[in-house]
Design a protein around this ligand. Structure first.
Ligand code: SF4
Length: 208
C-alpha cells in the first residue's frame, strides 16, 4: 500500500502501482509516522467517555493506525487531554508529557481542556492546558463527538505530513530540558514564572 507516498511528478506504470513508489526521505518518514500514532491511555473527565467511544468498533480509530492506546508514556506519541484539567493534576500531566519520547504531540479535547469550559471560574481548575503544554490541535465541543475527535486526529496526521527531518525540534542540536513540572502548594505555581513572581514581591517590599 503506497497511497500518498509517490511523488506526483513521477509516472508509475499501472501494473506496479501500489508496489513501487518514488518518494523523498521526508515523505516516507512522515508516511510511516502518520499511520502509527499511539495515544496515551488516560482520561480526565466526561470527554474521556467520548474518547473511549472513538476507540470502539463503531468509530474505529484503527482505520487511522491509532488503535494502540498505551498506558505507559514511554510508548506514546500523542497525549489527548480529554476533560477538565484540575490544578492538582497538572504536575502529573506535565510529568507524563516529559516522559513521552519525541516526536510527540498534544491534542486538547473539549472546552474544559482548551479553556476551562463550564468550570473556568473554579478555584481548582486550569483555564486551558496550553498554559503548560504545547498544544498541536484543539477540538471544540462539550463534549466533542467521536467524529470531531477523529477530525482532530486527522489534523494531527496532516501536521505530521508537513514536517521535515531537517527542521523538526527533536533532531536539533539544542538540548531539550523538558517542561518544568509545576508545583502545587496553596495554588499552582509554574516554575517558569519564578523571575516575574520574584520581581513582583521585591516591588511590594520596596513599597511597604
Ligand atoms: S468539555 Fe464538557 S464534556 Fe468535556 S470534560 Fe468538560 S464538561 Fe465534560
Amino acid at each position: 500500500m503506497t497511497e500518498g507516498l509517490n511523488l506526483p511528478e513521477y509516472y508509475i506504470p499501472p501494473e506496479i502501482e501500489g508496489t513501487v513508489a518514488i518518494t523523498t526521505l521526508d515523505r516516507i518518514y512522515n508516511w510511516g509516522r502518520r499511520y502509527s500514532v499511539w495515544p496515551m491511555f488516560f482520561g480526565l473527565a466526561c470527554c474521556a467517555i467520548e474518547m473511549i467511544a472513538t476507540a470502539g468498533a463503531r468509530f474505529d480509530m484503527a482505520r487511522f493506525g491509532m488503535e494502540i492506546m498505551r498506558p505507559s508514556p514511554r510508548q506514546c506519541d500523542l497525549m489527548i487531554i480529554s476533560g477538565t484539567v484540575t490544578k492538582k493534576l497538572v504536575p502529573q500531566i506535565v510529568r507524563l508529557y516529559n516522559q513521552m519520547p519525541e516526536p510527540k504531540y498534544v491534542l486538547s479535547m473539549g472546552a474544559c481542556a482548551s479553556g476551562g469550559g463550564p468550570f473556568k471560574r473554579g478555584y481548582n481548575v486550569v483555564a486551558g492546558i496550553d498554559k503548560f503544554l504545547p498544544v498541536d490541535v484543539y477540538v471544540p465541543g462539550c463534549p466533542p463527538t467521536p467524529q470531531a475527535l477523529l477530525f482532530g486526529l486527522m489534523k494531527i496526521q496532516e501536521k505530521i505530513d508537513q514536517e521535515s527531518i531537517s527542521k523538526v525540534r527533536w533532531y536539533s542540536d539544542e538540548p531539550d530540558e523538558g517542561i518544568p513540572v509545576p508545583i502545587l502548594g496553596p495554588d499552582l505555581i509554574d516554575p517558569r514564572d519564578f523571575p516575574a513572581l520574584l520581581k513582583k514581591e521585591q516591588e511590594k517590599e520596596k513599597q511597604a
